[in-house]
Design a protein around this ligand. Structure first.
Ligand SMILES: Nc1ncnc2c1ncn2[C@@H]1O[C@H](COP(=O)(O)OP(=O)(O)OP(=O)(O)O)[C@@H](O)[C@H]1O
Ligand SMILES: [Mg+2]
Length: 236
């Protein structure tokens, strides 16, 4: 089986700062994996480096077997990746629906994205809020919109950076149900999470990032047994 995402020896720099020091990770189609780590470990940079959004980078990033390390960001997105950055990127002056329709759909990616009707069926509150301005949406609504927007493009590999951050527990539960639904629909998901309790029941595998390297890989089935190691690494 060809991995949905295979990263080998990924290095990345911001200017002169060498941030990633050889990240290795593999995600099979339909898997959910979570990148854990302390603040500044390099998790966001890993997602940005996959998308070609850092400065210099080297190593190998294969998406469905296609080498992406030398491709520009828009070509990488067209391999079927949807990146949801931590800052969500909702345009304040546009309505929820205009925000939803903003990114172009990815062509030649084998399958179409979700239709607007399918998205509204999955996120009923976005349907109710479709005419509201971006800034009038709650944090949770903005987060759902940021994910919904990439589902419409036809991306099958989702890179989600701290989607639960700063949201009320009831919204975090809604996001957990969303991840479960997306997994059931066959999406492949790489999540960066600080909220371990959110990620724990969702992920097939956990990668602990430290100083720009993967220092520990833990399968969901080993989680209980490896909890002491994880606690030590994350300092929680
Ligand atoms: N644009 C940038 N220019 C220079 N250095 C950066 C830039 N963005 C991040 N860094 C540095 O890269 C390192 C890794 O940051 P990164 O954002 O990947 O961490 P993280 O694991 O996502 O943690 P957190 O989100 O909790 O900050 C940090 O030392 C950070 O200061
Ligand atoms: Mg981060």
């Amino acid at each position: 089986m060809t991995a949905a995402l295979e990263i080998r020896g990924l290095h990345a720099w911001y200017g002169e700062s060498h941030i990633l020091h050889g990240i290795d990770l593999t995600v099979q189609p339909g898997e959910v994996v979570t990148l854990l780590g302390r603040n500044g470990a390099g998790r966001t940079t890993t997602l940005r480096a996959i998308m070609g959004l850092t400065g210099r980078r080297s190593g190998s990033v294969r998406v469905d077997g296609v080498e992406a390390i030398t491709l520009p960001t828009h070509r990488i997105a067209h391999l079927g990746i949807g990146y949801c950055p931590e800052e969500r990127g909702i345009f304040a002056s546009l309505s929820a629906e205009e925000n939803l329709m903003l990114p172009p759909t990815l062509k030649g990616n084998g399958g179409a994205g979700m239709t607007v009707d399918e998205i509204y069926a999955m996120f009923p509150n976005l349907y109710e809020r479709r005419h509201s301005q971006g800034t009038r949406l709650s944090g949770g609504e903005q987060q759902m919109l940021a994910v919904a927007r990439i589902l419409r493009t036809g991306a099958r590999l989702l890179l989600l950076d701290e989607i639960s951050e700063g949201l009320a527990p009831v919204i975090v539960q809604t996001l957990a149900r969303m991840i479960t639904t997306l997994k059931a629909k066959g999406y492949t998901i790489v999540m960066v999470e600080q909220n371990f309790r959110f990620a724990a029941p969702l992920a097939d595998r956990f990668y602990v990032v430290e100083h720009g390297q993967v220092v520990e890989t833990i399968a969901a089935a080993e989680l209980d047994a490896r909890m002491p190691v994880l606690t030590e690494l994350l300092g929680v």
